[in-house]
Design a protein around this ligand. Structure first.
Ligand SMILES: C[S@@+](CC[C@H](N)C(=O)[O-])C[C@H]1O[C@@H](n2cnc3c(N)ncnc32)[C@H](O)[C@@H]1O
Length: 312
């Protein structure tokens, strides 16, 4: 049975399994915005499982309210990057279709690297689509439409058709906005013809990294922001806040296509001072989180505390 609309990476399966979705075709929508296309598609195909991914928190909460209001039960939502979802939540060869309606065009040449439909995205997608699976793009941006076709072709893993946009795709929030301005619309269907030899394995996760320490926690007056660099990204410990049992350290971790804001903690426990991740917000325990915990432990060592046991 379905458990909740919003998927939390720290608690859902990698890749998603039957505990997140009922049996049925898996369809992904990237950048669903206010979710009206998602809701309509879910109603048209009650036997599909639709996974929506969106980076805007406001859009995620508005869309979830819509799904609840409209009684939709076959949609799950991930708040974050499409690349992360594709790689970690979608099992190899499990995806029937991907919808991308009006992706951000990033019109300036120097910003083109931010465009979603790059050849690396197509390569990754080829490993997650089932045989014959396809990505459907609709856009008002002629240059982006051409760019996506060139990138798909460069990947050598997709064939492209460019029929007129299906009517249903022309009623999204952005479609209606651009229609009012009299813009033209472009459509492309990218069908999988091959598969990238690189398997794009899921992100490595670690059991909760932590240490037990001895000694007395210092009073932290002003906490100097700490930047921790590791192989695949950066962690920044931005502030320390006192709690009844110790301190929380607000930490921002950016690695590959995952960004997390989480709390590390140093608090009294029965076995000593526990230094590790707080479960608040169900964070994902990654290489970046491990590096941040290791930094905090060595910073506390520098403040005179000793390590009783290290688990990372
Ligand atoms: C121009 S809006 C289109 C929204 C909706 N599809 C529509 O047609 O009304 C583009 C949406 O894509 C989202 N977005 C951009 N890059 C993304 C990414 N890498 N992963 C997930 N969502 C993304 C943005 O937050 C935004 O809501």
């Amino acid at each position: 049975m379905l458990k909740g609309v919003l998927l939390r990476p720290g608690v859902c399966d990698f890749p998603l399994s039957g505990s997140s979705f009922d049996a049925g075709r898996l369809v992904l929508e990237v950048g669903f915005g206010d979710g009206r296309f998602t809701a309509q598609t879910a109603q048209m195909h009650p036997d599909w499982n639709i996974l929506g991914v969106e980076i805007s928190a406001g859009s995620v909460s508005r869309a979830i309210r819509r799904f609840r209001r409209e009684g939709i039960t076959n949609v799950r939502v991930y708040h974050g990057e499409a690349g992360f979802v594709l790689r970690n939540l979608v099992a190899p060869r499990s995806l029937h279709r991907v919808y991308v309606n009006f992706p951000d065009p990033w019109p300036k040449t120097k910003h083109q690297e931010n465009r979603l439909l790059q050849r690396s995205f197509f390569r990754r997608l080829s490993t997650r689509l089932e045989a014959g699976g396809a990505l459907l793009l609709t856009t008002d941006h002629h240059d982006y439409w051409k760019f996506a076709q060139a990138e798909a072709q460069a990947s050598q893993l997709f064939s492209t058709q460019t029929p007129s946009p299906p009517e249903q795709h022309l009623h999204t929030k952005y479609a209606l906005k651009w229609k009012e301005q009299g813009r033209d619309f472009y459509h492309a269907v990218f069908s999988k013809t091959g598969e990238d030899p690189e398997p794009w394995p899921v992100l490595q996760r670690y059991s909760m990294p932590h240490a037990l320490m001895s000694g007395t926690l210092p009073e932290i007056g002003v906490f100097e922001k700490a930047i921790v660099r590791f192989a695949s990204g950066t962690a920044v410990l931005t502030e320390a806040s006192k709690t009844s049992q110790g301190y929380y350290f607000l930490t921002h971790v950016a690695e590959e296509d995952l960004v997390q804001d989480l709390l590390l903690e140093a608090r009294a426990s029965t076995h000593g001072l526990y230094v590790g991740i707080s479960r608040f917000g169900a964070p994902l325990s990654t290489a970046g989180v491990k590096a941040a915990v290791a930094w905090l432990v060595s910073w506390l060592e520098g403040q005179g505390l000793g390590v009783i046991q290290r688990s990372y």
